[in-house]
Design a protein around this ligand. Structure first.
Ligand code: HOC
Length: 402
């Protein structure tokens, strides 16, 4: 079935058919009415590619670049995402192996169901560890020390997660960790035999970097009990001192925040709205990216994620100011559809699409795409206004032609 997935949307449908509804909805959702989720994806369709002709490009193209100063073969990578073993028993291991195979960065979440050391042993390449603003400072120190030891070369501090977002699909499904085994959930499990068989025939998963065995009525209540909403700019400075290496605040959507983050010592900026799962009606990240690039200047590294489902989306983000692009849902759909093979299929699809987009645009390397970017991408309609008005001479001569 994975071979039949022509694009990321196909992988999503396979994942939907295979995984328990509660799990699929958790992965697929955004906050509230999912307006940001839809806009985040649709925003790319408003951007046109004004490609160059006769550029004489000979394949293969060079998709290599650097992320957090580390060499990678691709300008896109798998974002850190929580609880991968609920989607497929291979969990984070599958995503890390696929990232290693494609020679790209792997992001591990501190809400992962696989340990830091285990991932360090699987993926020898560049890795970023994603941290939440936990109340427990000792836990923070402990996990970042482990991340360093495990070969994680960069840290992403999640700055858009001081309250848990309102994911209404989860509330309707009575989603919880661990699952509640209610009657509707058990009936649904029977309808998804492949997922259920895998789930029952493997060790129950646990969260490697945090104790989820804390009594809470819901996932939101659990998360809210562990997170420190009071975490502020000086706490971020404290963290940077503890980490002492490349780091980005993950969840930036404003130019002033981006500038301030660089001023206090972050090496990079991570433009993101948490997959549209946190603050509803937060902007589409591709829309805010150019103003953030302008604010921090050409030399600060910008990583971006949000709404990416096509190679052309990645090309647009690189052209508009990102140095690299994270994908979340696309590889998780791949994981839920078929473990490591599914994640690899997602990467393969995006790689082929990006390669084709760059070839057709007339930019053989990532550096070319970044340099020429602003002239290649225009907002739909803006280019029409740029052209001289062909009917101007007729205006005022009684025909109502224009
Ligand atoms: C303990 C489990 O970043 C998301 C994640 C974190 C969710 C908490 C999951 O889905 O937004």
């Amino acid at each position: 079935a994975l071979k039949k997935a022509v694009n990321i949307a196909d992988l999503r449908l396979i994942a939907k058919a295979r995984a328990h509804k509660m799990v699929f909805d958790y992965l697929d959702a955004g906050a509230d009415d999912e307006i940001s989720l839809r806009r985040g994806k649709d925003a790319y369709t408003e951007l046109e590619m004004h490609y160059k002709i006769l550029s004489g490009i000979k394949p293969p193209l060079d998709l290599s670049t650097k992320i957090f100063g580390m060499d990678v073969n691709l300008p896109f990578f798998g974002c850190p995402t929580a609880g991968n073993r609920m989607f497929h028993w291979e969990g984070e291991t599958a995503a890390a192996k696929a990232s290693e195979k494609f020679g790209t960065l792997y992001g591990l979440s501190s809400l992962a169901t696989t340990g830091i050391t285990e991932i360090g042993a699987i993926h020898s390449g560049p890795k970023v560890f994603q941290l939440y603003v936990w109340k427990d400072r000792e836990l923070v120190k402990e996990v970042i020390a482990k991340a360093k030891e495990g070969g994680f070369g960069a840290l992403a501090l999640t700055v858009d997660f001081t309250w848990y977002g309102n994911r209404e699909r989860d509330i309707r499904n009575d989603f919880s960790i661990p699952p509640k085994y209610s009657v509707p959930q058990m009936i649904e499990a029977l309808r998804k035999p492949a997922w259920t068989y895998d789930f029952l025939s493997h060790e129950p998963y646990t969260y490697a970097c945090i104790n989820t065995d804390v009594p809470a009525d819901s996932l939101a209540a659990f998360v809210n009990s562990q997170i420190a909403p009071e975490f502020n700019w000086s706490d971020a400075e404290w963290l940077l001192g503890e980490w002492n290496g490349p780091a980005a605040p993950k969840g930036v959507v404003r130019p002033d925040d981006a500038k301030r983050a660089i001023e206090i010592g972050f090496s990079s900026i991570w433009v993101s709205n948490h997959g549209a799962r946190q603050l509803e009606t937060s902007p589409a990240t591709i829309d805010v990216l150019p103003s953030i690039r302008e604010a921090v200047g050409p030399d600060v590294e910008i990583i971006m994620d949000g709404g990416v489902q096509r190679g052309t989306d990645i090309a647009k983000a690189l052209a508009l100011g990102a140095d690299s692009v994270g994908v979340g849902k696309p590889y998780l759909w791949g994981l839920a559809a078929g473990g490591e093979a599914g994640v690899s299929r997602a990467y393969e699809i995006l790689k082929v699409e990006l390669d084709r987009a760059m070839g057709l645009l007339g930019t053989p390397t990532v550096a070319d795409l970044k340099r020429e970017g602003p002239s290649l991408i225009k907002r739909r309609g803006s280019s029409i206004r740029d052209y001289p008005d062909r009917n101007a001479h007729l205006r005022g001569y009684g025909g109502g032609i224009v």
